[in-house]
Ligand binder design. Structure first.
Ligand SMILES: [Zn+2]
Length: 244
């Protein structure tokens, strides 16, 4: 059994690499609080065993998980949430405008792919849902969750309608979900967005946190000057302007 890929980003904050599956450098995150563990995203539908091994490596158990925060409904982020709710009395938190897609009440929107995105991601007729998972708490911009010194919800629509990021004051860290990514050393606008224009506008809100550290849904974390790095984010998968 391989050791889970855990990286300590700050005291109590760990990045967990999810190695399986087709996605680019997929991550979830763990916050080890005095009252229990918060998971931020849960990997693919088959990632629960990996998360359990990560907990064990951190001297924690399944029953220690008190909260799951889902940055958005996609299956590489919400995938194992339903299974993990069976481990303990856990509160599932999601953005209000993605909640119905997480719970399976409604079909989520398809990403609108650019020409370049289509070269790395097959177009699909099915929205990328994970297994349906109940949502106990719907959150909006400015809501505060009781961990990490008062984790603040930043609403970052665009990748999906209800995408959220979290700013964790105790770690001066931002967890962006797929609003932003790291790709080949560059901080970039997240790809496979429902609405790219809105996604770009959401970046300013993340910059506004002034966070030092950023952990992305995909790619390597940034440990210094994350706000400035996100301010300078590039968009290498943007549509090439059409020639007239
Ligand atoms: Zn996504």
């Amino acid at each position: 059994m391989t050791e889970p890929g855990l990286v300590e980003l700050a005291s109590s904050l760990y990045q967990l690499r999810i190695p399986e599956g087709p996605a680019h450098l997929l991550n979830s995150y763990l916050w080890l609080g005095s009252d229990g563990v918060t998971l931020i995203d849960t990997g693919w539908p088959d990632s629960a065993a990996l998360i359990e091994r990560a907990l064990a490596a951190l001297d924690r158990r399944r029953a220690d998980v008190v909260r799951i925060v889902l940055t958005h409904f996609h299956e590489d982020h919400a995938g194992s949430a339903a299974e993990i709710t069976t481990w303990s009395r856990v509160e599932v938190v999601a953005g209000a405008d993605d909640s119905a897609f997480v719970s399976g009440e409604r079909r989520g929107p398809l990403p609108s792919l650019t020409v370049l995105e289509r070269t790395i991601h097959a177009e699909s007729a099915e929205p990328p849902h994970g297994p349906a998972c109940r949502v106990d708490r719907e959150v909006r911009e400015g809501d505060v969750l009781d961990f990490a010194g008062g984790a603040r919800v930043v609403s970052v629509p665009g990748h999906t309608p209800g995408s959220i990021a979290l700013y964790l004051p105790d770690a001066d860290a931002l967890l962006t979900g797929d609003a932003v990514a790291e790709f080949n050393g560059e901080v970039i606008l997240g790809v496979f967005d429902t609405d790219r224009v809105t996604a770009k506008l959401s970046l300013a809100k993340l910059v506004g946190t002034g966070a030092q550290i950023a952990g992305f849904g995909h790619g390597e974390a940034v440990l210094v000057d994350a706000g400035a790095r996100i301010a300078a984010a590039t968009d290498p998968f943007a549509d090439v302007p059409e020639r007239s």
